[in-house]
Ligand binder design. Structure first.
Ligand code: 13P
Length: 287
């Protein structure tokens, strides 16, 4: 059964580790991530962007697929199904469809509007036993059409949003979706420490997990990050393994064109990436 992400992230914050949010795109992605979480005995959050939700034909399909897999694959570790960078309308749709967690990305609104909409959603998620992530500041780069300038969050605004009763908070600290440019300045630990100071026990979320060096990940966890989002890295691993399979001509050998064979190396590559991240984040054996 799906669970909200509240308990797993409270435990992570208290235990000084982070739970990975891995974004899903299709059946192979979802299966690979769930199997790895089970093998690692780790809690996991499946992230669904609005674009990926549409691609998978809608949120109800996603809920049906994930719930089916939890049962058929005998998944016993805690799993949350979470809307990533949701609009207000997208959040309402996911509540109705049966997600267990949502992110409302109000970061592009003036803070008053972010506060107003987040307040309404806090009430709704509480009624449904779900968890809510809010965002202050913005994540640089682009993810599925959500574009951010990457400005660092104002710690006082973070406190305002935290006090509304959200379950976890994404604060922009110089992190970027997609690959980091060569001239990236690194995470702003000064901002993170200031946000943590004002938000106390609230679990903080680090978006843009792809390509952040291990030492910065560890320091971010030390400073209060309890959830780390990874998307692009699984996509790159999948594409690379699939390219190698085709370039080696394996799709032309026997029944190598069978999609179950063609997509298998990519799925294995996702599993290896997820395992590596779970080990780095410290969530292995924390289910
Ligand atoms: P990356 O694609 O950079 O890993 O970021 C993922 C993310 O933050 C999802 O919200």
């Amino acid at each position: 059964m799906l669970v909200s992400a509240t308990e797993m992230l409270k435990k992570a914050k208290a235990g000084h580790y982070a739970v990975g949010q891995f974004n899903i795109n299709n059946l192979e992605w979802t299966k690979a991530i769930l199997q790895t979480a089970q093998e690692c005995n780790s809690p996991v959050i499946l992230g669904v962007s609005e674009g990926a939700g549409k691609y998978m034909t809608g949120y109800k399909t996603v809920v049906g697929m994930v719930n089916g897999m939890l049962e058929e694959l005998n998944i016993t570790v805690p799993v949350a199904l979470h809307l990533d960078h949701g609009s207000y309308e997208g959040c309402l749709k996911c509540v109705e469809a049966g997600f267990s967690s949502i992110m409302f990305d109000g970061s592009h609104y003036p803070i008053e509007e972010n506060v107003a909409k987040t307040t309404e959603l806090v009430k709704i998620v509480k009624e449904h036993g779900m968890s809510l992530e809010a965002e202050v500041g913005s994540i640089g780069g682009e993810e599925d059409g959500v574009i951010g300038a990457g400005e660092c969050a104002d710690p006082k605004e973070c406190k305002m949003i935290a006090d509304l009763g959200v379950d976890f908070l994404a604060a922009g600290i110089g992190n970027i979706h997609g690959k980091y440019p060569a001239n990236w300045k690194g995470l702003s630990f000064e901002t993170l420490a200031a946000v943590q100071e004002l938000t106390g026990e609230l679990p903080l979320v680090l978006h843009g997990g792809t390509g952040i060096p291990a030492d910065q990940i560890k320091k971010a966890i030390d400073l209060g990050v309890s959830k780390i989002n990874v998307n692009t890295e699984c996509q790159l691993a999948f594409a690379d393994a699939t390219r190698k399979y085709i370039e080696a001509g394996k799709d032309l050998e026997g029944k190598g064109f069978d999609p179950r064979k063609l997509l298998a190396p990519g799925a294995e590559a996702i599993k290896a990436t997820v395992k590596e991240k779970m080990e780095l984040f410290g969530s292995v054996n924390k289910a």
